[in-house]
Each structure stands twice: as structure tokens, then as C-alpha cells.
Design a protein around this ligand. Structure first.
Ligand code: PHE
Ligand code: NA
Length: 447
């Protein structure tokens, strides 16, 4: 029944789509706000280790599972381990896609709104914290932009594969990159930027706790789109002629570069404008407009930047929705249009509580976090690492590490795994993820 399953046109097509999934709000909005809350440089250091030791091997594993089975996450686990409960790991991924996309769309909605606010809005001396707060405490505007973003996402998914977006990404991602570089230069040359550079680059390991490790690991999963089947799904459209290990290397490299640059654009400015680096979800939305205000043609740059950030978010959001839609198409025989529309609507509704979390539902907290933080924490720090843990156990012991290595090496690329790589999959991944998950949960909830 895979006769009509679509495939990426080329290896570059796959790399762009997977990088489109990876590069998103996670690199700019989420990376800066969690790094700010977790003390800066020491967090970034642990995050980079997590990317290298856990993120990359797990990405290879997920793509290999998808490419081997040519199935959505639930179907993939079913076909590699028929008549076992392992399909539940795929189901957990589908559930996670709902949770992530529902709040992701809210923040992407802020970005979309800021695209329009940029016109004439970013001038020196404004109270950017006040502007952000008044945006999110409004009842209707966040709902409107959340809905607008969900509609964009479902229209793209409904219309089939990513051709349009893929073609755009080729032009637009380098442009995002260029604007980010300009922001880095402007940010670094602001008066008082030095303290931010120090915060970003000088690690203070005395503040490190299990929560820091868990947040760094969670950020690595979130930013690389791991632990919930997005890359199993994208890998399922990858042709047998293309190599897995090199493609994954490109995706990890691009994603990490964008995140590191975003830190250089944001932290110097945070200190230059005297804002609190632990300021939470508003960090990027408060500091970046302040930097634009200090640039010639700041309104234009601000407009372009938020437009590109929204597009980056869109290429990530479609990968989240595609997980759910691919499952309904493959396993339940739904048609693409019906699946996209209905799931888009449900995700919009699930996203209403975080949308209203700063207005109608302000003051509502779960585990001491506001609603959007709770969705974010639950998905990034619990669901994704849990999905990654189970996927690595499955790959190491049920499908077998050797199968991952064979799939990743076939056809041979520049990065070739020896059989030793089996130890990485069987021991390093499950032990490291498991330990950080348990230790992190304990130190987050039991002080
Ligand atoms: N990787 C995306 C980002 O950094 C978010 C994402 C997570 C997308 C999980 C798909 C799956 O913004
Ligand atoms: Na990312």
C-alpha cells in the first residue's frame, strides 16, 4: 500500500525539509529564554554536549526507522515489532505533536503579530516590555493570531507535500541567517553589551542542578525535533538511495548554528537595555525590538526578521501536523484534507488555554508555572525525553543497534558508523537520557 507514498525529490529536498522542521522558534525564542533562565553559559555548554552525544545519534536513529519502514511513527513501530505494545511509543509521539503544536502556534502567533507591529513600531525609547505585556494580556488578539497561524499550517499540509515551502526555504532561510548576523553585529556594539557576552560565554558551574541538565536535554530534543516521530515521518519520505548519517549531520549543524547566533543577537542586548535575562517567554520579543530600534531601517529589519521567524515556525509547525496527519492517512485511511482540517481545529482548541493564559486565565498556575510554561515544560522536558528514551531502547534492543547502523550506512556517506556505534545506541543513549530524566524530574519538583 506504499505505492503512492510521496518521496522527497532529492537529498537536498530532505535536508531542507528536515532543517525546516528543526530550525524554528526553538532556536530563537525558546533557546534564549531557557538559557536565560538557567544561567547562560553553563547551560549552553551542557546543551552543546547533549546535541553532540545524544541529539545527533538519536536523529540518525529516528530517520533510519522512518526510512526503513516508510511509515508514520505508529505504523513504523508496528511494522518493526508486530504484535507487541511498542506502537505505543509512536502513539506517544502523536500525542506530543498535539501538545507542542497547540502552544507553538500561540508563540508563532505572537511572531506573526510582531511582523505587523514592526511597521513604524520599533523606535528608540519605547517600553518594549510594556508593549509585549499589553499584547499577550489582550483577550482577542492572541486568539486571532493563533488561529491565523494554525490556518496557514493546515492549508500547507492539506495541499500535500512541502514543495512550496521547500522552494521558499532555499531562499528564505539564508535571508533569516543574514538578518540574524546583522542583529549580532548591532547587539554586540551596543553600549553595555559586554556583560551579556560574559553571561553567554563564561560558564558558572556552581548553579548547575539536575534541572539544568534536564532543561538542556529537553532543549536539545525540542530544537532538533526529536523524541516524537517528526523525523521518523520525514525519514519515511526519504528514498533508499540517499544517505542518512550525512543528512542528519547537516540538519544538526544548521540548527545549532542558528541557535548560537540567536544567543549572540539576544544576550548582549538584554544587558545593554537592562532587562532581566531570566525574563521568561518574553525575552526575545522584548529585546529584539529594542535592538531593531537602535538600527538604521530598524522597522524594515524588524518586519523582515519577524516575517522570517514566522516562516521558520511554519516549516516546523507543518512537521508537527504532518505526524498526526500521516498517521490518520496511513493507519485510518483518512484523506489528507479531512485529516488536516479536523486536526488543525482540535489543535487550535487545545491551544486556547495557553492563548488565554495571560488574560482570562491569568493567575492560573500548574506546578507553579503559568499555562503556556506548563505545556512547554511538559512537552520539552518530559514527553520528548521520554519518547527519545523509549525510541533508543527500542532501537538498541528490539530492532537492534546493528539495524540502525546498517540503515544509516546505506548507501555509504562521508560519515560511516563502525559497529562500535552500537554501544552509543544501546548504552549511551538510554542511560544518559534515563539518568537525566529521572534526576531532572526529582530536582525540579523536590527542592
Ligand atoms: N524543532 C522545532 C523548533 O526548534 C520545534 C519542533 C519540535 C518541531 C518537535 C517538530 C517537532 O522550533
Ligand atoms: Na530548532
Amino acid at each position: 500500500n506504499n505505492g503512492h507514498r510521496e518521496q522527497w525529490a532529492s537529498r537536498i529536498g530532505f535536508i531542507l525539509a528536515a532543517a525546516g522542521s528543526a530550525v524554528g522558534l526553538g532556536n530563537i525564542w525558546r533557546f534564549s529564554y531557557v538559557a536565560g533562565e538557567q544561567g547562560g553559559a553553563a547551560f549552553v555548554f551542557i546543551y552543546l554536549i547533549a546535541i553532540l552525544l545524544i541529539g545527533y545519534p538519536l536523529m540518525v536513529t529516528e530517520i533510519a526507522i522512518g526510512r526503513k519502514t516508510q511509515k508514520n511513527p505508529i505504523g513504523a513501530f508496528k511494522s518493526l515489532a508486530p504484535d507487541t505494545p511498542w506502537w505505543i511509543v509512536g502513539a506517544l509521539g502523536v500525542l506530543t505533536a498535539f501538545v507542542i503544536l497547540s502552544f507553538y502556534s500561540v508563540v508563532a502567533g505572537w511572531s506573526l503579530a510582531y511582523t505587523f507591529k514592526a511597521f513604524g513600531g520599533f523606535v528608540p525609547g519605547l517600553d518594549y516590555e510594556g508593549i509585549f505585556i499589553s499584547h499577550i494580556t489582550d483577550v482577542y488578539m492572541p486568539i486571532f493570531w493563533h488561529a491565523a497561524f494554525m490556518i496557514l499550517t493546515l492549508v500547507i499540509i492539506a495541499s500535500g507535500v512541502v514543495k512550496g515551502i521547500q522552494r521558499w526555504s532555499k531562499v528564505l532561510m539564508p535571508l533569516l541567517f543574514a538578518i540574524l548576523l546583522a542583529l549580532v553585529v548591532r547587539g554586540l556594539t551596543l553600549e553595555g553589551a559586554g556583560a551579556g557576552v560574559a553571561f553567554y560565554l563564561t560558564p558558572d558551574f556552581t548553579e548547575i542542578s539536575g534541572e539544568t541538565f534536564l532543561t538542556a536535554l529537553g532543549q536539545a530534543f525540542f530544537t532538533l525535533s526529536l523524541g516524537m516521530g517528526a523525523l521518523i515521518t520525514y525519514g519515511s519520505y526519504l528514498s533508499q538511495k540517499e544517505n542518512v548519517s550525512d543528512s542528519a549531520g547537516w540538519v544538526v549543524g544548521m540548527d545549532t548554528l542558528v541557535a548560537l547566533l540567536a544567543g549572540f543577537a539576544i544576550f548582549p542586548a538584554v544587558f545593554a537595555i537592562g532587562f532581566d535575562p531570566a525574563g521568561g517567554v518574553g525575552l526575545a520579543f522584548i529585546t529584539l525590538p529594542a535592538v531593531f530600534a537602535e538600527m538604521p531601517l530598524g522597522g524594515l529589519f524588524g518586519f523582515l526578521f519577524f516575517l522570517l521567524l514566522t516562516i521558520a515556525a511554519l516549516t516546523s509547525a507543518i512537521s508537527l501536523l504532518e505526524v498526526v496527519v500521516a498517521w490518520l492517512i496511513d493507519e485510518k485511511g483518512w484523506d489528507r484534507l479531512k485529516a488536516s482540517m479536523l486536526m488543525g481545529l482540535i489543535i487550535f482548541v487545545v491551544g486556547l488555554p495557553p492563548t488565554l493564559g495571560y488574560s482570562v486565565l491569568s493567575g492560573v498556575t500548574i506546578f507553579g508555572m503559568d499555562i503556556l510554561d506548563t505545556y512547554d515544560f511538559l512537552s520539552g522536558n518530559i514527553l520528548l525525553p521520554l519518547g527519545g528514551l523509549l525510541t533508543s531502547i527500542f532501537a538498541g534492543y528490539i530492532w537492534r543497534a546493528k539495524s540502525v547502523i546498517d540503515e544509516a550506512n546505506n548507501p555509504k556517506g562521508k560519515i560511516v558508523f563502525g559497529q562500535w556505534y552500537g554501544y552509543v545506541i544501546q548504552y549511551l543513549l538510554p542511560l544518559a537520557i534515563g539518568a537525566v530524566l529521572i534526576w531532572g524530574i526529582i530536582s525540579t519538583f523536590i527542592e
